[in-house]
Design a binder for this molecule. Structure first.
Ligand code: UN1
Length: 496
């Protein structure tokens, strides 16, 4: 096998070795001996240099007209489109998700890039009247400065794009610290931005681990805004690190997303949705359908059919087009899933399929886990309210819609929810009462599109949203502007 390629950080428009010379390996989770590349294990010094480069570039980038910034993004979106297949294959190799889903991940980055390119000709503010004569009022968006972006491994290109593109179109510069499990997709994205004509220093890339490279980025006084997607545990540390200087912070964290299957649901459709929502990306989505609350009238049939479907899913290397479920990202994730399955058994949930590693043949070379269904779960069980982030689904019986909604809302998270019903009244009541930032009717909890706000209620986040024009609100400051052309002192609230 050829020696793996060696990659570098990117700062101030140059590719650079890490200051300490330390590195880490990018491994294929479907075949762990396969090394895909050697990446810099950066530290505080590298972060300081990247932030300085971003701050320098910010002086001129903020003055580039937004439509011109948009043209560069448009070019990046075209390059991403042209290279979609190759980018998706790299992603499958480093992250494990099946190729079809990796293509979807790249497509989500393309969608976001085109969308934000278009925003360069909008970035609308308000023009409005004044309470005083001969006075004009408007609001305009200003950039914040340098944004520190910390992204997870489960959407290795989409989520960096969700953060980079709105930040850039608003006139900010960025330092990206991508997850150490999926550095290649971030490298590919930054290479494309470089080739699209972004001036040096506008996008900077620092590889490494959270405590060594992420923490100094979050704490850097030169960083005006931080956007983090990851676990609640790390999100709490990030929030504390930002609190001292009141740094603007967007957190996207856990989920315990729920599908409600009502007695009048189209069960074939609900099963398709449940299998895709629970086991797509091997359950490693923050939007994964990890709970299914099923009306008792259809509970038995639904559960039996779900188990048959789950048990027949084909596991394997995601580059094989017949494979439906790839591996977990790494050994730690596999151990975490194993731990939760033990907890579920101890709690008395009924394990109907899966519940073990998958090691037959080639699978033994990767971090594969059999799709797992627990039935007869009680809402209070840990497997029914803690995020597992793996191919494990908890089925909970219910007697009626009100009870289903109460169960659904009885968790700390509030990212995504869905209902399968043919009754419009039930669908609207669920839409009104479910405490989640995303809601679907007759579809699973995954499948968010880039032109709608993405994010959750409760402990899923801290009130911000990504994607859509909502992202512009995070990456810009409003400035309200009053222009008095009366040639005299006019006092608001006093002169009438
Ligand atoms: C995530 O799980 O972190 O709606 C993001 C979805 C995708 C995005 C998921 N479009 O599942």
């Amino acid at each position: 096998m050829n020696a793996p390629a060696v990659y570098q950080n990117y700062m101030g428009g140059r590719w650079a070795e890490p200051s300490e010379g330390a590195t880490f390996e990018n491994l294929n989770p479907a075949a762990c001996h396969e090394r895909l590349g050697i990446f810099p294990r950066s530290g505080a010094k590298d972060v300081v240099a990247a932030v300085a480069a971003a701050a320098e570039a910010s002086k001129t980038w903020r003055l580039v007209p937004a439509p011109k910034r948009g043209e560069i993004l448009f070019c990046a979106a075209q390059l991403l489109t042209a290279r979609k297949e190759e980018l998706a294959r790299d992603m499958t190799r480093e992250m494990g998700k099946v190729l079809e889903e990796a293509r979807g991940d790249v497509q989500e980055a393309i969608d976001m890039t085109f969308y934000m390119a278009g925003e360069g000709r909008r970035l609308f503010g308000q023009t409005t009247t004044s309470e005083l004569p001969n006075k004009f009022c408007m609001s305009v968006r200003s950039p914040i400065g340098v944004c520190g972006l910390i992204t997870p491994w489960n959407f290795p290109m989409a989520i960096p794009a969700w953060k980079i593109m709105p930040a850039l179109i608003c006139g900010n510069t960025v330092v990206l610290k991508p997850a150490e499990d999926t550095p290649l997709s971030a490298w590919n994205l930054v290479k494309i931005l470089e080739a699209s004509g972004l001036p040096p220093g506008v996008v900077n890339l620092v590889f490494g681990y959270g405590p060594e490279a992420g923490a100094p980025l979050v704490r850097s006084p030169g960083v005006g805004a931080v956007s983090f997607t990851g676990s609640c545990e790390v999100g709490r540390d990030v929030a504390q690190a930002c609190a001292g200087s009141f740094k603007r912070l967007c957190l996207e964290m856990g989920g315990k997303n729920v599908i409600l299957v009502m007695e009048d649901a189209n069960l074939d459709l609900a099963l398709d949705g449940a299998v895709w929502g629970a086991f797509g990306t091997a359950g490693q989505r923050c939007t994964a359908s990890s709970r299914i609350v099923v009306h008792k009238a259809v509970y038995r049939e639904f559960t039996e059919r779900l188990v048959r479907r789950a048990a027949s899913l084909k596991l394997g290397n995601g580059l094989d087009p017949s494979v439906q479920v790839g591996p977990l990202i790494n050994e730690a994730q596999l151990r975490a899933v194993e731990g939760y399955v033990e907890i579920g058994k101890t709690e008395g949930a009924r394990l109907l399929c899966g519940g073990h590693r998958a090691t037959e043949g080639e699978l033994g070379r990767g971090w594969f886990y059999a799709p797992t269904v627990f039935a007869d779960c009680e809402p209070g069980m840990r497997i029914a309210h803690e995020e597992i982030f793996g191919p494990v689904v908890s089925v909970i019986p219910c007697n009626h819609l009100d009870q289903a909604i109460e169960i659904a809302n009885g968790v700390l998270y509030g990212l995504s929810s869905s209902i399968y019903t043919r009754d419009v009244n039930k669908a609207f009541r669920a839409m009104r009462d479910l405490e989640t930032g995303i809601f679907y009717v007759n579809a699973p909890t995954i499948g968010a599109e880039t032109h709608l706000p993405f994010g959750g209620m409760k402990q899923t986040g801290n009130g911000h949203r990504e994607a859509s024009t909502a992202a512009l609100d995070f990456y810009s400051e409003w400035k309200s502007v009053y222009i008095d052309y009366s040639d005299r002192l006019q006092r608001a609230q006093i002169d009438t």
